[in-house]
Design a protein around this ligand. Structure first.
Ligand code: 1GP
Length: 246
């Protein structure tokens, strides 16, 4: 999956659609994924802050039987593992105040990830104000929105520690997405880091701005829950992201 993403990145930026299995049945998730794929998304992320393992497993299974694009788990905790996914963002919540979210959950979950035989993609995860549910659950020392140098320093450190992906998160459903300046700082500070940005991206203007600022992967989730026409909405966002890739 990592190689597939990096291949796409040679020519353009990537869009991933986040589906929270807590929000709908696995049948409905398949319909959303199919519509998002028709709209041009590059893969499906599965996860949420409050989802349980059975929901992840059932949705990953249904998706694996119905779609060909990568299914990547975006884990909220150690139970969020499924052999039906293609990969997992194996992430450390870098600015949590609780070591459980930085390295504890990872150690507890690692044997199960290995047993499931899915690809682990090492990722540093950083939550910025407002932070939403994940900021609260993850006991984050939220990055102030006007301090772009803070996540940039963590991005450099993550790269030095061998992580290959770095996620700047404003929180699902955030009123304000990550400031473009913050995206640029983290991108410029690192050499080969794949920069992922998500949280509160709802419009083509926002997607364009974030992509142009230096994001390699733009993640949208809430918007598919809020829109009736998933395909057109994703097509609009993907169009803007491709434009920013030119
Ligand atoms: C949340 O970054 C993702 O973890 C996506 O956020 O739901 O606001 O699109 P949205």
């Amino acid at each position: 999956v990592e190689n597939q993403i990096k291949d796409i990145l040679k020519t353009r930026k990537v869009h991933l659609t986040l589906i929270d299995p807590d929000e709908q049945s696995s049948e409905a998730a398949v319909q959303i994924a199919k519509a998002a794929i028709s709209g041009g998304t590059d893969g499906i992320m599965l996860g949420g802050s409050t989802v349980d393992g059975d929901q992840i497993d059932a949705t990953a299974k249904a998706l694996s039987e119905n779609i060909d694009l990568p299914i990547i788990i975006f884990p909220g905790n150690t139970s969020n593992i499924s052999k039906y996914a293609d990969a997992i963002f194996f992430m450390s919540f870098l600015n949590s105040n609780n070591p459980y979210w930085i390295m504890g959950a990872q150690a507890l979950g690692a044997p199960a990830v290995k047993k499931a035989g899915i690809e682990a993609i090492p990722m540093g995860y950083m939550v910025v104000q407002p932070g939403g549910t994940v900021g609260w659950i993850g006991e984050a020392k939220l990055v102030p929105r006007n301090k772009p140098k803070i996540p940039a320093a963590y991005a450099i450190a993550s790269e030095m520690l061998g992580m290959r992906f770095f996620y700047l998160e404003a929180g699902s459903g955030a009123e304000q997405h990550i400031p473009p300046e913050m995206v640029t700082y983290s991108k410029k500070a690192t050499d080969n880091m794949v920069l992922v940005v998500g949280g509160g991206i709802r419009t083509k203007e926002a997607a364009y701005e974030i992509a142009k600022a230096g994001a390699d992967i733009i993640v949208t989730g809430t918007i598919v829950e809020e829109t009736i026409d998933v395909e057109s909405k994703i097509a609009e966002l993907v169009g803007a992201i491709r434009k920013a890739s030119e």
